[in-house]
Design a protein around this ligand. Sequence first.
Ligand code: CA
Length: 228
Amino acid sequence: MSRICVVEDEVSISELLEINLRLEGYECEVFADGKAALEAIESRKFDLILLDIMLPLVDGINVCEIIRLKDNETPILMLTAKNSSQDRIDGLKAGADDYLVKPFNLEELLLRIEKLLKRSGSKPVVSFNEFSFGQFTINFLTYEVRNSKGPITTLSKRQIMLIKLLIDRQGQVVSRQEILEKVWGFDVYPTTRTIDNYIVEFRKIFESNPKHPVHFYSIRGVGYKFMA
Ligand code: CA
């Protein structure tokens, strides 16, 4: 039985979804804000996430990005409130697999869910689970780092989330605030020194001269930037 995570703050819609998904034979859990959904997704496995964009506490675009830092596999279907093409573009950029504009046709929604679940069941291992730069290859599933000679180290889960966020935004400065929210979570307040320590670690692993980095840059007072 497939388990579906529904993230929707409009009770009339979430009730409609819950009833109909159960009727279709799915297990279903409903969350009314992005933060509660992220906590649940962190603690248990869902087969599909149905995600509204306009949500309290953490919006759907951010929820989607945070999920994708750790998990490329679970299908995400976005619900966009208005017929805004920008919302749809943002959603797909953040890593959603499909979207549906509200008000949606229930039958169409159920068909798309079925399709996404089928596709994910037979999904081959995709190449974007790895990222290569210079002589290094990082595997986002096994957390392993290799160079041309073989495996050199295994990163922690938090290191993988941070490095993936920086790589996803290659060439752009990612702010400290965003890093803390996306990698450390919304309730945790580590000092920015914590991020610095992670960057120092990355430089030891990936830079030929850690004192003169060419991949992991700190932009004083602003944030961090990765360049391949
Ligand atoms: Ca909403």
